[in-house]
Every structure is written in structure tokens, then in C-alpha cells.
Design a protein around this ligand. Structure first.
Ligand SMILES: Cc1cc2nc3c(=O)[nH]c(=O)nc-3n(C[C@H](O)[C@H](O)[C@H](O)COP(=O)(O)OP(=O)(O)OC[C@H]3O[C@@H](n4cnc5c(N)ncnc54)[C@H](O)[C@@H]3O)c2cc1C
Length: 387
């Protein structure tokens, strides 16, 4: 491909970026809206919902969805451009990650027409917020060990079990549940829709070390669900869950593009404190290079048409979260003792705290390394865990 073709290819993305930037400059912002990341706290939800409605009205909600569901069939590059511009403007790119990025595509791929008609429009406009009910106290990295059970009854399903780390569970209208409907292992899992207000669902927020409370424990006791709660076929849960996790990795990568802004903030904070010494300068340059490498890897994955489940997205997830964590940690070094109390630089402290979570959510760094070792490098598989 020659340069002229390259430019022609790049143009639509850059045009889209300019259009979004212009819109973001004058778009009406609900009071209290700030860039809260992929999940709002309960207090952030009203402004987040209104923002989602505004995005939907302007055609910037659920960009990657097909046009028939109100999306723009946006490329990954366009999604990344929106994420980058939203980060620059200091606003979230959507109400939360789960409905638009995970549940929507999964319902389109595995759900019935009736499920799509019922849920998709309300996800797009922010009327319904969704949460992901996958992890359990003894099933995180080893998700196939899920023990929450859904039993078929004459009237539908009854669910019993416990979930944990449910982001946004205390504000969500619906949860996408991974439950055991059959025997042990992958083949015994299914995915169901749980309305969070039905009897038997109890949500308990978990306080975090950063003072916020975005996670929850969710207890499900004799929860009765209608027959049409099942997404896909019974026993197909692992395929549905893997599709969800692939999209999660893709979305996390798209969120990572705010790194350059974080590095700018970090340098500014160090400069005013006279802390921009040789050590810090070298670290900043190193991270700046890593951020560019990350961007180049992103662009390559996009150009190669990699699917969300592809190993390149494991590389991106790993690189992104490790770099975000390193930038967060360096931000605290830039602040020095001020990190203990300075309210002005709170975003840098928050970035450090969030950076550590990034290497866990959506599949830990160790798990990404396992995937790369086994699927890409062909190294011997890990020995199976004794049962
Ligand atoms: C910010 C955030 C948001 C989240 N949101 C949600 C949500 O909305 N819904 C939801 O269902 N879950 C959510 N999670 C949970 C997340 O998916 C799990 O934390 C993650 O899968 C890891 O599981 P675990 O915490 O049980 O750790 P474990 O699986 O117990 O792992 C503990 C440690 O052992 C390591 N380890 C485990 N297995 C291996 C192995 N085979 N090889 C090498 N090392 C290994 C891990 O890397 C980790 O360091 C969220 C987590 C975070 C941090």
C-alpha cells in the first residue's frame, strides 16, 4: 500500500475524530458529570444516564453496534478515537462498559429477536444499566469453576448462589449471569438475564481502598426467572462468557488512550514541585515510549482485522494494564509527600489506585501471559489443577 492509499484510509477516522471533538466542545453536560471511568459509583449514575441519553441523541452511543440497533458500525479505530477524545474532554465515553460493550454484542450474537428488541434500545439510551455477574469467591481466573446454580422448573428457572466483584451492581437494572445448569466444567454452564429488582437478589456494596464503592457482592437466593431468561442455548454459557471477555479486553484497550494526558499531568505536577529530576525524566520517557508502542500495536491489531478473542488482544490487555499501573505509580512519585494529602492532584492518586485494578479485571496479567505462552508461543500447557 502506498502513502496516498494510507492517507485515504486514515482520513475517515481523522474526520470522525474532528467531528467528535467539535461536538464534545459544545455538548450539554449534566451537572456533576466527570470522567469516572468504565463504571459509575451510585452517586455518578444520574449524570451518567443523562450523558448516555445525550450521546445516543447525537449518534455517539454504542458506536460499534449495527445501524439497525442505532449504532454506526464503527471500526475499532473510530471507537478508540471517541475514547481518546472523551478522555481529553474529561467525560466518560458511556454510562458504563457492561451494557454497550459486553451485553449488547452478546445479545446480538446469541440472544433471541425478542431479547434484542426488549433490551438493546434501552441499553443505548441509558434507561437500563447492566452489570456482569460472572466472578464468585472461588471462581475468578478459573471462571469455569462457577458454582451458582440455575435449575429448570415448570415455570422457568430458580437461581441460588453468590457473585462478587460485581461492578455497578448496586445501580444496575439487569445482570448477565453465568450459572451452572449442568455438570462440572465448561459444558455445564449457561448465561441468563437477571432483573436486579426481583425477590431473592441482595446486593451488598464493597468499600474500596480509594474510598469509592463500585464493587458489590450479589447474593441470589431462590431467584425465580422466566423461561426466556436464558441467553443462547443451555450449556452454551462458556462460549457466551468467552465472547463477553474478548469484548472486555477490546474495550479496556480503547480506554487506554488517555495515557498521554496522564503523562502530561504527571510532568506538570512534578515540575511545580521541583521534582522533575533525572530519575523521573527517564521514567517518563520510558513510559511515553511504551504508550507509543502500545498505540502502534493497537493500530496493527486493527489493521490486521484481529477479532476481540485474538491473542493480539491479550498482548494489548497485558501491555495496557501494566503501563497504566506504571504511570499511576510514577504519578505518586511525582507528587512526593503531597500524594498523602493534596486534593488538587487527586486524579493522579486515583489513577495509581485504579491502575492496580486494571491488571486484575477482565483477566489478570498472569492469565494473559498464560494465554500468550500457550496459544502464541506454543509452550507446554500448565498442569491441570487437582480437583
Ligand atoms: C476493577 C475490577 C472490576 C471487576 N468487575 C467485575 C464485574 O463487574 N463482574 C465480575 O464478574 N467480575 C469482575 N471483576 C473480577 C475479575 O474478573 C476477577 O478479579 C479476575 O478474574 C481475577 O479473579 P480473582 O479476583 O478471583 O483472583 P484469582 O483468580 O483468585 O487470582 C489470584 C491471583 O492468582 C493468579 N492466578 C490465578 N490463576 C493463575 C494461573 N492459572 N496461573 C498463574 N497465576 C494465576 C492471578 O493472576 C492473581 O494474581 C472485577 C475486577 C476488578 C479488579
Amino acid at each position: 500500500m502506498d502513502d496516498a492509499e494510507d492517507a485515504a484510509d486514515a482520513e475517515p477516522v481523522e474526520r470522525f475524530r474532528a467531528e467528535v471533538r467539535e461536538w464534545l466542545r459544545s455538548a450539554p453536560r449534566p451537572g456533576g458529570l466527570h470522567d469516572y471511568g468504565p463504571t459509575p459509583t451510585a452517586a455518578d449514575i444520574p449524570a451518567g444516564r443523562e450523558w448516555q441519553r445525550t450521546l445516543a441523541a447525537a449518534g455517539y452511543a454504542c458506536l460499534h453496534w449495527p445501524r439497525r440497533w442505532g449504532g454506526r458500525e464503527a471500526t475499532v479505530a473510530e471507537q478508540a478515537a471517541l475514547a481518546e477524545e472523551a478522555a481529553q474532554a474529561g467525560v466518560p465515553r458511556q454510562l458504563n462498559i457492561v451494557g454497550p460493550d459486553l451485553v449488547g454484542p452478546v445479545l446480538m450474537a446469541f440472544g433471541t429477536q425478542a431479547q434484542c428488541d426488549r433490551y438493546l434500545p434501552r441499553i443505548r439510551t441509558g434507561e437500563d444499566m447492566w452489570c456482569q455477574l460472572f466472578s464468585e469467591p472461588d471462581a475468578g481466573s478459573d471462571l469455569a469453576a462457577v458454582r451458582t446454580r440455575a435449575r429448570r422448573t415448570e415455570t422457568g428457572w430458580v437461581v441460588d448462589g453468590q457473585k462478587v466483584w460485581t461492578s455497578g451492581g448496586d445501580g444496575a437494572e439487569y445482570g448477565l449471569l453465568l450459572a451452572r445448569t449442568g455438570g462440572p466444567g465448561h459444558g455445564g454452564l449457561s448465561v441468563l438475564v437477571v432483573p436486579m429488582e426481583v425477590p431473592g437478589v441482595a446486593v451488598r456494596p464493597l468499600p474500596q481502598m480509594d474510598g469509592e464503592s463500585k464493587f458489590n457482592e450479589v447474593f441470589l437466593t431462590g431467584v425465580e426467572l422466566a423461561p426466556d431468561a436464558l441467553v443462547g442455548e443451555e450449556g452454551q454459557g462458556w462460549r457466551v462468557a468467552t465472547a463477553t471477555l474478548g469484548r472486555e479486553r477490546l474495550s479496556l484497550g480503547a480506554n487506554a488512550v488517555g495515557m498521554f494526558r496522564a503523562l502530561d499531568d504527571l510532568v506538570a505536577a512534578a515540575r511545580v514541585r521541583g521534582r522533575l529530576d533525572q530519575y523521573l525524566r527517564e521514567q517518563v520517557v520510558d513510559l511515553w515510549i511504551r504508550a507509543w508502542l502500545l498505540r502502534a500495536t493497537w493500530e496493527r491489531a486493527i489493521a490486521e482485522g484481529a477479532e476481540p478473542g485474538a491473542p493480539s488482544f491479550s498482548v494489548l490487555k497485558l501491555l495496557t494494564s501494566e503501563t497504566q499501573r506504571a504511570i499511576g505509580d510514577l504519578g505518586v512519585e511525582a507528587l512526593g509527600p503531597d500524594a498523602m494529602w493534596s486534593e488538587d492532584d487527586e486524579p493522579l492518586v486515583r489513577r495509581m489506585l485504579v491502575g492496580h485494578a486494571q491488571t486484575i479485571l477482565g483477566g489478570t496479567s498472569e492469565i494473559q501471559r498464560n494465554i500468550l505462552a500457550e496459544r502464541v508461543l506454543g509452550l507446554p500447557r500448565e498442569p491441570a489443577r487437582p480437583t
